[in-house]
Design a protein around this ligand. Structure first.
Ligand code: ADP
Ligand code: MG
Length: 699
């Protein structure tokens, strides 16, 4: 149970005064995973990434083009847009003792400007100074205040990552209201460390970051930032160590077979394993045979062929007389694995079953009894696999695909379906080496860096969205050649319904030209409809598949050769890479078209990276760098398992301290019962690593 002192922080943001039904969904959109509500803790941990200096910048005559500043001015005269010429801006002329300036407003409402800047009044304006035809001007000042309001303005105004419709002031107010509810929280960091580093308490750190006194307060190296990054890393390391501690308690079982089934399976494959695949398989075999329990991470870029390695590992377990299970994060993926692997399994005399939320009635009963009796050797499924009703006769190996989508608890739940089950987790999001430890603790790692031979490079192009018609037109040829085309629609900022409207509209406009060659798949569809859409595309009945990002993970249609991504700038690098990885799987040349809207700096850098390289590991490093530069998109769009407070490139030095500290603490107090242990439980709840607490039991 969560410590009651934390309850206020986990209340929804809409419980704050001033956050009504209009604003709340915007906060949800910005701060919470899809379908859930943003809470006070989410806004507290949503730190400003910059601060605007609102102190007076001096006199107008000192101002420099391109610089932002705040000036005290007197209003001289108004020059509204001429009637009928709304494109000519509304100008307000202002001055101080040293010079003058025009304030420029486009599409201005006269009444509003009149009341904001009455002629003769003294005002404080802030914004960016520009020169136009030699005249000083400021376009759409971000602040226009009278003396009284200016006196109340903090000297530095925090700048937050936003979503359409939310304004900095609203965020600032909400953060302040949330801060007011922050309870007294016990210190969980080693007091010696806090002292040595001169770190503020958790509460003070949050307070100083939401009300910065200088820009430097917000730098990644500022004490408050370091402290919070440490908290996050420490929570992560504790969770991993708790899991490790639990797993290692159960000693492993040696599982060795004579190799005849693996040999048969290899002979049945239409290709030979790559060297990287064989190496990974050999490492897995060693783990299975050893008396230590396997805890191995199989990392490989998209398309590097992890699935077959997983399958052969399962065959090894079967050879030794054990059942195994492969858990995939989505139903589409589970079904695809099942359809691919079942014939192969049967050809070597192994029986395989599928278990997802959709297997009902007789099919489900049959699947369950096969697993319980042991007549089924291999199980493929989704979360449904670790539900209570599911029993295995002798589960020996659990494989978890796309592991970052599952929590520690879910992984464990599957592992607990047997005794000392060996664990193989796979991730297709290449994770820079520096981070593997952070996410996975001291798991053993097998790396597949090489792709199967014969893959051709993917021709990646970037075009502005205005040229979309050209692209639509250019599909004629590949379609006449029978190629498969993915068309991925963007995430729309405001709501899921709009996301949906966008795909449906795109599908319709493509159907107007290409008729029933166009299929559609999105996350809101019923399972059976999704399957049908995927199957139609895989079989060639449809040849353009319009989708949201549901196809991001794992889907494999080898004769699809074109990937079109609309509003590519809205996707994170890892996600773009995953999407592109859906093509280039067969012998044909493939291409990827990134259609982009207005580009910011980060969006441009992402697209450049995509054009420059196809190496997932390189892309991951680049992603990390970009996100290190104050990327405010956070984890939802980046597709990488992520941090909220840690900037990996800047804070990596804290990781080993956090690890050592976590180890030392657990060595003394493995059940977290000491006063510091109790404080650490609070930390785990705050950072939502509380599933780890279940591993040590209630306090
Ligand atoms: P991922 O690592 O992204 O999960 P998959 O396991 O889906 O990759 O493999 C991608 C494709 O490559 C599949 O169609 C698979 O059959 C094929 N493949 C896997 N290994 C090899 C290989 N050694 N040679 C040729 N093709 C391979
Ligand atoms: Mg895969």
């Amino acid at each position: 149970m969560r410590p009651t002192i934390l309850n206020p922080l986990f209340a929804p943001i809409r419980s704050l005064q001033g956050i009504g039904p209009k604003l709340a969904p915007l906060f949800d959109r910005l701060l919470a995973p899809q379908g859930s509500e943003a809470r006070l803790i989410d806004i507290l941990l949503h730190l400003p990434h910059d601060a605007v200096d609102r102190r007076l910048s001096g006199r107008l005559s000192d101002s420099v083009a391109g610089q932002s500043g705040t000036f005290e001015i007197r209003v001289l005269a108004h020059k509204p847009s001429p009637p009928g010429r709304a494109r000519v801006p509304y100008r307000v002329f202002v001055e101080d003792e040293t010079g003058d300036m025009a304030l420029v407003f486009f599409n201005a409402q006269r009444a509003r400007i009149d009341s904001m800047l009455p002629v003769g009044s003294i005002r404080f304006v802030s914004g960016k100074i520009e020169f136009f035809d030699g005249h000083r001007q400021m376009t759409h000042p971000d602040r226009v205040l009278d003396a009284e309001a200016y006196a109340k303005l903090p000297p530095y105004e925090p700048v937050y990552g936003l979503t359409a419709g939310l304004y900095p002031r609203i965020l600032h107010k909400a953060a302040q209201a949330a801060l007011a509810k922050l309870p007294e929280i016990p210190e969980w960091i080693d007091p010696l460390l806090v002292k040595r580093e001169a770190w503020p308490s958790f509460a003070d750190a949050l307070k100083s970051l939401h009300s910065p006194q200088t820009k430097d307060n917000l730098a990644p190296e500022a004490p408050a930032r370091l402290r919070l990054a440490y908290d996050e890393l420490f929570a992560g390391q504790l969770a991993l160590l708790l899991m490790r501690q639990r797993m290692k308690k159960e000693t492993g079982t040696s599982r060795s077979g004579d190799g005849h089934l693996v040999k048969a399976a290899l002979a049945a494959l239409p290709f030979a394993l790559t060297k990287a695949q064989s190496d990974a398989l050999a490492e897995i075999k060693r783990d299975l045979v050893s008396h230590e329990r396997m805890l191995r991470l199989l990392q490989g870029d998209v398309g590097s062929g992890k699935t077959i390695v997983a399958f052969l590992s399962m065959v090894m377990a079967a050879e030794a007389g054990w059942q195994s299970a492969l858990m995939a994060p989505t139903e589409i993926l589970a079904r695809q694995h099942y359809e691919r692997l079942k014939p192969l399994a049967e050809s070597i005399g192994l029986s395989m079953t599928l278990l997802t939320g959709r297997e009902k009635g007789a099919a489900r009963t049959q699947a369950l009894s096969g697993l319980a009796e042991g007549s089924t050797h291999l199980a493929i499924g989704t979360h449904a696999l670790f539900q209570e009703a599911v029993e295995f006769k002798n589960l020996g190996l659990a494989v978890i695909d796309e592991q970052h989508r599952f929590g520690v608890h879910q992984r464990l739940a599957l592992a607990h379906k047997g005794d000392a089950v060996d664990m193989l987790v796979m991730t297709a999001t290449p994770i820079p080496r520096t981070l593997v430890l952070t996410y996975f603790g001291d798991m053993d790692v097998s790396l597949i860096r090489e792709k199967p031979a014969g893959r051709k490079p993917i021709d990646t192009r970037a075009l502005p969205l205005e040229r979309i018609d050209e692209i639509v037109e250019s599909l004629k040829r590949p379609l006449s050649e029978g190629r498969g085309i993915y068309w991925v629609c963007p995430l729309v900022d405001e709501s899921e319904d709009l996301d949906l409207a966008a795909v449906e509209e795109r599908a319709q406009s493509l159907r107007a030209i290409y008729g029933d060659k166009v299929g559609l798949v999105h996350g809101k569809m019923k399972g059976a409809d999704k399957d049908r859409a995927m199957a139609d595309f895989a079989s060639g009945r449809t040849r353009i598949l319009v989708s949201t990002t549901v196809i991001e993970v794992g889907v494999d249609v080898p004769d699809a050769t074109i990937m079109i991504i609309e509003h590519a700038e809205r996707f994170g690098l890892a996600q773009l890479h995953q999407l592109r990885g859906r093509v280039g799987r067969g012998a044909e040349r493939s291409s990827c078209v990134l259609l982009y809207g207005p580009l910011g700096e980060i969006g441009r850098a992402r697209i450049d990276t995509m054009r420059k390289t196809e190496d997932g590991f390189e892309i991951a490093e680049e992603d990390l760098k970009l996100r290190g530069e104050g990327d405010v998109l956070g984890t939802r769009q980046s597709g990488m398992p992520g941090f909220r407070l840690t900037v990996p490139t800047r804070h990596s030095a804290l990781l080993s301290i956090a690890r050592d500290d976590a180890k030392a603490l657990l060595a003394k107090d493995s059940a977290l019962h000491s006063p510091r242990g109790e404080a650490v439980r609070t930390l785990l709840y705050l950072f939502e690593r509380d599933e780890a607490i279940r591993l040590v039991g209630a306090g």
